[in-house]
Design a protein around this ligand. Structure first.
Ligand code: 5GP
Ligand code: MN
Length: 340
């Protein structure tokens, strides 16, 4: 089914945007390709229509996204808090992209909720919470970038897509579909991709920037994880990797370095679920992935204070690494009939 933006809400936004507005665009903590791509594509779109636009990220994001057109204007809330708060406070509109619960912006939550701006959510995660004035939530969409693309043309059918917006949108669809692999990759998604390529996007260049751009230490870290840290629990068809902060330090860890490693664990024949545990200062961050019908979103939401999608979710644990893994393993018998 093609996501369809409610006409009444689109008309209301068109009216509001018929004069120049102050617009802020925000996305979730530790933004990924879809979060940054959708934000910077929308930034380019609103600039083209004469608005004053800022993009505020709740935290730093991986270096392999720094090439995205518009990257230089992104304000990092953690390093430029006063300036970022000022943008949110003085915005007429705030676009909330690629998340659906205010807690997902972590420390920026207060500033976001405090702002009187009209808040518009565009997102594809399950079960949005009600903190925006307008909520465009389409769980079946491949990515927020797909939705931003559809939003642009729902707003102005004659919009002329720029190369900058096309490159940003391509990046988000690419990364959120696992390179056009996940079941959300429909014919319509490929038709959008065709339009992006016709606009001037060069796929191999973007793939190289995203996937062939690791530091030497990150590549060695991957090898270390797979050779030394991988645990396979055959009876449950699950595999996991857990890394300590000392190990992250040893491999000169930078934001984004752990991303994607969980997929190697899931890639083992027969595995239904994989997890990646990262020790942090105040607990443990967990990435979950699954194949088929096993819902890692449900697991993350029920036990690890998290959420996400059916086959890709994340969560946190306030306990230490060892306790977190013990808890995880103790849960498996309860999910046995879904995993085996
Ligand atoms: P990742 O494992 O790549 O960090 O996240 C996978 C998916 O789970 C993403 O769609 C992300 O939005 C979601 N996710 C990750 N961490 C959390 C979390 O702490 N809470 C919630 N609700 N979702 C999360
Ligand atoms: Mn997304």
């Amino acid at each position: 089914m093609i996501p369809h933006f409610n006409e009444r809400e689109i008309n209301g936004l068109r009216l509001q945007l018929s004069k120049p507005n102050n617009i802020s665009i925000v996305m979730h903590y530790k933004p990924d390709g879809d979060a940054m791509g959708s934000a910077l594509a929308l930034y380019d779109f609103f600039l083209a229509y004469g608005h004053h636009v800022t993009v505020v990220a709740p935290s730093l994001y991986p270096e392999f996204l720094f090439w995205l057109p518009g990257n230089e204007i992104v304000l990092n809330f953690e390093t430029h808090q006063a300036e970022a708060e000022n943008c949110l406070l003085h915005a007429d509109l705030i676009f909330v992209l690629d998340f659906n619960d205010a807690t997902r912006v972590e420390g920026m939550q207060h500033a976001l909720l405090q702002s009187d701006a009209i808040k518009v959510m565009i997102d594809h995660h399950l079960q949005p919470t009600d903190f925006c004035d307008v909520t465009f939530s389409f769980n079946e969409a491949s990515s927020t970038c797909e939705l931003v693309y559809r939003f642009m043309f729902a707003m102005y059918a004659d919009y002329k897509l720029s190369l900058a917006a096309a490159q940003n949108i391509y990046t988000g669809i690419l990364t959120d579909t696992g390179s056009f692999k996940f079941s959300s990759t429909t014919g319509d998604v490929h038709r959008i991709i065709a339009h992006l390529i016709d606009t001037g996007v060069v796929p191999n260049e973007i793939h190289e920037k995203i996937y062939d751009n690791f530091s030497e230490s990150r590549t060695r870290f991957l090898g270390y994880c797979l050779e030394q840290k991988l645990v396979v629990l055959q009876p449950y068809n699950i595999a996991y990797i857990a890394v300590t902060s000392a190990e992250l330090k040893l491999f000169k860890h930078e934001t984004g370095d752990t991303e994607g490693i969980v997929n190697y664990a899931l890639g083992i024949k027969g595995m239904r679920m994989a997890a990646f545990f990262t020790e942090q200062d105040n607990g443990v961050k967990i990435s979950f992935r699954s194949k088929g019908t096993f819902s890692v979103k449900a697991l993350a939401a029920a036990h690890f204070n998290g959420g996400g999608h059916l086959n890709a979710a994340g969560g946190k644990s306030p306990e230490n690494l060892e306790q977190t893994i013990t808890k995880f393993i103790a849960l498996l018998p309860f999910y046995e009939n879904q995993l085996v």
